[in-house]
Design a protein around this ligand. Structure first.
Ligand SMILES: NC(=O)c1ccc[n+]([C@@H]2O[C@H](COP(=O)([O-])OP(=O)(O)OC[C@H]3O[C@@H](n4cnc5c(N)ncnc54)[C@H](OP(=O)(O)O)[C@@H]3O)[C@@H](O)[C@H]2O)c1
Length: 275
């Protein structure tokens, strides 16, 4: 039995699907039981459990944990190590933490939090039979999904990361498959694995791919996101400022190795039927 947290979110649901398609038994942890069409009916055991509370029922009889922390949540740096420690003490032997590419880029608060969680991994398992692994995805290609139709209709792809620097977008489907590999394959303990897409794309590159796919002109335009002062807003603005200056790229080699195939390109992703 493998426990997946934040299972109702985009990442969690993708990981649950990947595990189930590999024949694994999955316990999906959500903060409250309410209808979740994207999760209900997949075949996972869906249980309520708060990441900041007692998860011992969720850990009962589990062999593995995939720890996803909610996005841009200020409690990650202290909360995630506590959950990992509790899981190790409850007898869960394989702990996989969903981090991010370049957590050491601490100017971004959510990266700093994930860096601290990675720092705490050894201490979380010490004195137990548990071992850890880490997956470090770059930005998902899926993050752009919500604006693609509007970009094609209006002819403008709005880019809060500017027009110059590139990102190595990774398909969440590939991230989830890599997560399933880390949860089910022996010989990877104490390993940290990057999940990075196969190509470096600027916003104008993405716009060009959209144009090619739709047959309509799409131009990338530079936009700034507002900082509302809250933690999530600060994460978002510092993230886009970082991307604007430095880009957010990496090597696809590790993900290719984990998957046993090339990760999906953006063009392949656009060619997929919607839904
Ligand atoms: N997006 C990217 O490009 C990217 C790249 C690398 C890493 N990541 C990381 O991936 C992680 C997941 O991101 P995501 O966008 O998939 O997540 P998400 O959509 O924000 O999902 C978060 C889920 O966590 C649940 N949740 C919130 N508070 C909770 C609590 N106290 N206890 C238990 N569950 C709780 C939410 O439940 P409800 O449904 O009830 O609200 C929601 O379903 C984040 O840590 C993010 O930093 C993302």
């Amino acid at each position: 039995m493998i426990v997946v947290t934040a299972a109702g979110g985009a990442t969690g649901t993708a990981v649950v699907r990947a595990l189930l398609s590999g024949g694994e038994q999955v316990r999906a942890v959500v903060p409250s039981r309410r209808p979740r069409p994207q999760l209900d009916g997949l075949g996972a055991e869906v249980v309520a459990g708060d990441l900041t509370g007692d998860l011992s029922d969720a850990f009962a009889g589990a062999d593995g944990l995939y720890l996803i922390w909610p996005n841009f949540d200020p409690s990650e740096a202290t909360g995630a190590p506590a959950v990992l420690t509790a899981a190790a003490r409850a007898g869960v032997r394989r702990l996989v933490y969903h981090s991010v590419l370049r957590p050491q880029a601490r100017a971004m608060p959510h990266h700093a939090a994930k860096d601290r969680v990675e720092e705490a991994l050894d201490g979380a398992v010490v004195g137990t039979a548990a071992r850890w692994r880490v997956l470090q995805p770059c930005a998902y290609a899926d993050n752009l999904d919500g604006q693609l139709a509007e970009a094609v209709d209006g002819g403008e792809l709005r880019s809060p990361w500017g027009l110059e620097q590139a990102q190595s977008f990774v398909d969440l489907y590939d991230v989830a498959e890599a997560a399933a590999v880390l949860l089910t394959t022996d010989g990877l303990d104490s390993g940290t694995f990057e999940a990075v897409g196969p190509e470096e794309l600027t916003a104008p590159d993405v716009a060009a791919l959209l144009s090619a796919r739709s047959g309509r002109p799409v131009t990338a335009v530079d936009v700034r996101v507002d900082d509302d002062g809250a933690y999530a807003g600060r994460c978002r603005t510092t993230m886009f400022d970082w991307y604007r200056v430095n880009g957010f790229t990496g090597s696809p080699r590790v993900l290719t190795d984990l998957l046993g195939r090339s990760p999906r390109t953006f063009a392949e992703r656009l060619a997929l039927p919607s839904g």
